[in-house]
Structures are given as structure tokens and as C-alpha cells.
Design a protein around this ligand. Sequence first.
Ligand code: ACO
Length: 272
Amino acid sequence: MAGPGGVAEGDLEAAGLRLSVTGEVATVSLARPERRNAMTGRTWEALAHVGQTLSDSVRIVVIKGEGPSFSSGIDLNMFRPGGVEGETSLVDRIADGSADDAELDTVIAGYQEGFRWLRRPDIVTVAAVRGHAIGAGFQLALSCDLRVLADDAQLCMKEPALGLVPDLTGTKPLVDLVGANRAMELCLTARTVSAAEARELRLAELVVEGAQLDAAVDDLAAALLAVPREAATATKELLRGAPGRTLEEQAVAERRAQAGRLTAMAAQAARG
Ligand code: ACO
């Protein structure tokens, strides 16, 4: 059966996700609390599917975790022979020769789709993080536009400590937020960042007491919804593009976006 966002509920559940849509706000919950919301390839494919099938009426997407942790990152069984139930282990496929570099590229690109859509200009994405956000969990939080942390949040880019690199689109926002040197220090030591330090490093827009996390996210969503959608979309597009443009290019982009807004407002006024 299709869920509120148009995604089959059974598929989401099997992937460790839950989706609920209330008005213009969709909440995607990582829903494997007994595994501290460890994620598998299937989780990321399902997340991509949520993005592809999200109702047009949704303006805000909140990503949260059930239980004490946002996410403990990749399910470590993905790296063990036998893998995760119902999913072929990449390690097994490399060992038996069925996953060459090109195949790995395709598989990882598919996983990354679960993270990439969170930057879409027509929605604002908010990570509500309590407890651990490790590895892929930290990258998921980084993929969101805004992060609200409970004061017990602990962020860690664990991948290098496990012999890996962060590859779920988290390196770019990390560098954009904290700079290349600090990003290197965080990744190459794989140390844990507390909520208080995360705020200092601009990895969190807001840090609140754990009991206040849901209310703080609700308040933020309400404030975001108070701005007209088209203006919010155009502004997010401008801001997201700013780091890659020169001042002159950004000025051109601002003029173009404003002309679009003014034209739309004039058309609306003419319609009465
Ligand atoms: N993969 C698979 N199972 C996990 C994972 C994981 N990433 N994280 C936790 N679990 C399981 C535990 O094995 C445990 O299972 P059990 O009940 O059968 O013993 C259960 O979830 C609860 O975990 P605990 O460790 O008991 O919970 P605690 O709250 O004490 O600690 C923590 C939570 C810190 C997240 C810890 O579980 C941990 O360090 N997990 C591994 C984190 C990790 O290395 N992730 C990979 C990062 S790299 C990447 O994501 C690409």
C-alpha cells in the first residue's frame, strides 16, 4: 500500500524507515532503534525513493531517529561475510569478482541518491539529532539544510578509522561548514564532537535540551512555513549556489532570481 508520500509502507519498514506527512511537513524516521538506527544499502535506496515520490505539497522534511541515537551509521554487517539479511554484502561481491570498480561506482552512486535530494531547493530539510550520529548518520545530518541538536548529541566521522572514506555526500557540506583544515582534523582523528562544540563549529543551527528537541523542530518548521514557498525556493537556490560563484556571478544570479519573483508578483497582482 502506498504511504502518505506515495511510497510502499512495507518497503520502507523493511528498509528501517518510517514516513509520516502532516500538512506541508514530512517526517522521515530512522526506525531501527534496537540497532541504534544502523543503515544499509536498502535504507539509502528507500530514502532516495522517498525523495523521488514525495508529495508536491511537502515543503519541510524532518529527518530524525527513533530511540536514543540518531544513527550509528552503516550497519557494520555490510562489511562482514554474509552481509545483512536480504542484501548481498559488497565485501562478498568484491571477493567473488561480481563487483568491479564500475559496478561499485554505480552501487555507491545509487546510495548517494538517498542523500543528494535533501538539498533540493523546493524543500527545506532539517535533521533532528539526539545521541549518536556516526559515519553515515553524521553524513545524513550534514546533507540536511539545517541541524537541530539535542544537548546529548555526539557527532563522529568514523569512516577513516574503519579504513574507509566518507562517501555519502558528507565531505562537501562538512568542508563548507567548518573549513578544510577542521574537516581534516575531525575526519582523520575520527573523534567525537559534542553538541556544544558542534554549535561552535557551526555544525548545528540550534542546540536544545533533549526533552525540547521535537518542540524546537516544530517551531522551526512553523517559522520556515511562514515564508512564501516560491520566495523560499528561489532564496535557497541562491544561497546554495553562492559558494561556487564569484561576487559578480552571484550578483547576476540575484538579479535574475529577483526578476523572476517580481514578474510572478506582478502577474499575481494583475489577476487580482
Ligand atoms: N551496525 C550494526 N549493529 C549495530 C550498529 C551498527 N553500526 N550500531 C549498534 N549496533 C547494534 C549493537 O551491536 C547492539 O546489538 P546487540 O543488542 O545485538 O548487542 C545494538 O545495536 C545496541 O548497540 P549498543 O552498542 O549496545 O548501544 P550503545 O547505546 O551502548 O552504543 C553506539 C551506541 C555508540 C552507536 C555503538 O553501538 C557503536 O559504536 N556502534 C558502531 C558505530 C560504527 O562504527 N558505525 C559505523 C560508522 S562508519 C559508516 O557509517 C560508513
